[in-house]
Design a protein around this ligand. Structure first.
Ligand SMILES: Nc1ncnc2c1ncn2[C@@H]1O[C@H](COP(=O)(O)OP(=O)(O)OP(=O)(O)O)[C@@H](O)[C@H]1O
Ligand SMILES: [Mg+2]
Length: 133
């Protein structure tokens, strides 16, 4: 046959194209992973971690690095990953954080202030941000 048959593929592992795919090893990012981990480390002792901003060119592993650290952190504290392309207002972002940490959907019409207070009650007033830009 001249072209690919329907069950043939050019790719060894097409799963790597999934938006949720996480590589086992993030190549050449040890410094960044160590920096993120050390900023988050206070959470392991119940202290407030340090907010972070991860800057860099597209597709250089910023989101992947954050997700790998979040995966480790979630054994010790509540974590939430929010894609701000989808949740792009203050209310939507905090609703998504609330959904991730409580498992419940925010009631329609709940004001931002009440949502914020509900969330902070649940988090003992500690909320740490890691932004990727
Ligand atoms: N250092 C790396 N080692 C292995 N895979 C990597 C590395 N950097 C990026 N990738 C892979 O490239 C893809 C894009 O990575 P990622 O989404 O983390 O980049 P990003 O810096 O967040 O990009 P953007 O700025 O577009 O948000 C992912 O599939 C990720 O697994
Ligand atoms: Mg990203």
């Amino acid at each position: 046959m001249k072209y690919l048959h329907w069950d043939e593929t050019l790719f060894k592992d097409a799963e790597v194209f999934d938006a949720d795919y996480l590589p086992d090893i993030l190549l050449h990012r040890e410094t960044q992973l160590n920096q993120l981990a050390s900023n988050m480390k206070p959470a392991l002792r119940g202290l407030t971690p340090i907010n972070c901003v991860c800057l860099g060119p597209p597709a250089t592993g910023k989101t992947t690095a954050v997700k790998l650290i979040l995966n480790e952190l979630k054994e010790y504290c509540l974590t939430a990953y929010v894609n701000c392309r989808n949740a792009n207002t203050k209310h939507q972002i905090f609703s998504e954080i609330y959904r991730c940490v409580s498992g419940a959907v925010v009631r329609r019409g709940l004001s931002f202030n009440r949502l914020y207070v509900k969330l902070m009650d649940m988090l003992d007033n500690v909320l740490v941000y890691v932004w990727t830009i």
